[in-house]
Design a protein around this ligand. Sequence first.
Ligand code: UD1
Ligand code: CA
Length: 487
Amino acid sequence: MSQPHLRTVVVLAAGEGKRMKSDLPKVLHPMLGRTLIGHVLTAAAPVGAERTVVVVGHRAEQVREHLSEVAPQATPVLQERQLGTGHAVRIALEAVPDATGTVVVLNGDVPLLRAETVAALVEAHEGAGAAATVLAAAVPDPTGLGRIVRDGAGRLERIVEERDATPAQRELREINAGIYAFDLVRLREALGKLSTDNDQGEEYLTDVFELFASAGEPVAVHVAADHTETLGCNDRVELAGLRRLLRDRVNEAWMRTGVTVLDPATTWIDVTATVERDAVIDQNTQLQGATVVGAGALVGPDTTLIDTTVGEGASVVRSHAVGAEVGPQATVGPYAYLRPESRLGRKAKVGTFVETKKATIGEGSKVPHLSYVGDATIGEHSNIGAATVFVNYDGVSKHHTTIGSHARTGADNMFVAPVEVGDGAYTAAGSVIIADVPPGAMAVARGQQRNVDGWVLRKRAGTAAAEAARRAREGASDSGATASEGD
Ligand code: UD1
Ligand code: CA
C-alpha cells in the first residue's frame, strides 16, 4: 500500500472574483498572515507533489509575482479566457504532459481547508483506487454551490451546479467543495470529452464525475468532518466571516497549548506567528507575520506586533512594534512605537510615548518617557532622561549616537549625532549635546541662568503675578516669625 505515488497539484485561480469589487485579484486578498491562495497552497503541502501548477488569468501578472514569492516551485499557467473549471484543468495538465499518478485539484479561494483534510482525501482516493474523489460537506446553506447527487445505494451519480439543478436537487445540502483527487491519466482523457452544454456554456470539471460513473469507473466522495473548511470566498462579507472562523481556530489552538487569550473575539493571531506557553494575550491585540511571543510574556491590550520577537516574561502594553526584538523581561509601553531594528536587551525598558528605530538598548537600560531614539546604541544599565531626542537626521543623512553603560542623561536632552557619551557619564537636564562626553564626565550644555530681580514688580505692576510676587516677598520677610508659631 505504501508504494510511492507520483502526485501533481493544480490550483485554480484564473477567475476574477467580480463580487469582491476589488483591484486586487480575489486569491491575493490577505487573511491572517497569508493570501487566500497562500492558505490553499499551504493546505496542499502534504500532498508532496512533484509539480504544482497554478492556473492564472485575471490580473495574471500580479498573481504570478505573488507566487514567485510564496511558492517559487509552482508553475503558473495562463488561461486567457475563463471557459470553465474543466477547461482550466485541461490547460493545467498540458503543462505536465508526462505526469501520471494522482492529481489533486483545489479551488484557489477555499482558504480554511486543513492540510490533514487534503491528506485524508488523497489517502482515501489512492486507497480505493478511484478514478475520481470529491471532497464534499453537508452545509447549512448550499446556495450557489454544486450539489452531490447520489443514487439509491448512496453512490455518487453526478455533481450538478445549482443553476442546472432540478428543484429536488436544489434541496440537497451535500455540496462539492471544489477540492478533488483524480487519477491523472484517466482525468486527461475525460477532460477531452467535456461538453459546454450547461447554463453557463462552460466546460465543467464536475461533469467528469458523471462521465466516470456512467462508464463504470470507480468514483468516491470524501466527506469533510468540519464543513467550514470547504467554505469559499466570493465577496468581502464572506471574507470577513472566513477570517473570524480562522481567528477562532487559531486562538483555540494556542489556548490548547497553554496560552491565555483573554478576549478571543478581539485577538487576531496570524497563522505565521508563534506564542509560547503561559504567555497572556490581552484584548484588541494583533500578532502578525513572523512574530514570536515568548513564554510567560504579556502582550496587550491594544497592541499590534508585526514581525516582532518578544522574550520570555517581557511585557508590551498598548503599543505598536514592527521588526523589533524585545528581550526577556523587558517592558514596553504603554504607548510605545518600536520601529524596525529596535533591539531591547534583557530587562530594558521603553516607556510611555517613546519611539525607537534602529536602536539597540542594552540590558537594564531605560528610556522611560516621551523620547525619540533613532540610530542609536545604548549600553547596559543606563538611564535616558524624559523628553530626550536623538537628533539623527541633518536633513540629508542619518547619523549614529552611542551612549555607554551606566550613563545618566538628563531630562530634555538633544543628542546631535554623530556623538558619543562615555560609560558612567552624566549630562545635565536641558543639554544640547553636540560633542563627545568622556567616561565619567558631567556635560552641561545649556545657557547660564540669569535672574533679573524684581522685574515683574517693576514691569508688570498691578498684575496678579506682581501681586503674588509681592505677597511672597512679604511672607518671606516674616517667615521666621511664622515658623516659630509652629504652623
Ligand atoms: C465550482 C464548482 C461547484 C463547487 C464550487 C465550490 C464547477 C463547475 N463548479 O463552482 O460545484 O460547489 O466550485 O466553490 O467546477 N476558475 C478558473 N478558470 C475558469 C473558471 C474558474 O481558474 O475558467 C477558478 C476560479 O478562479 C475559482 C475556481 O476555479 O478559484 C472555482 O471557480 P468558480 O467560478 O468560483 O466556480 P463555482 O461556480 O463557484
Ligand atoms: Ca466559487
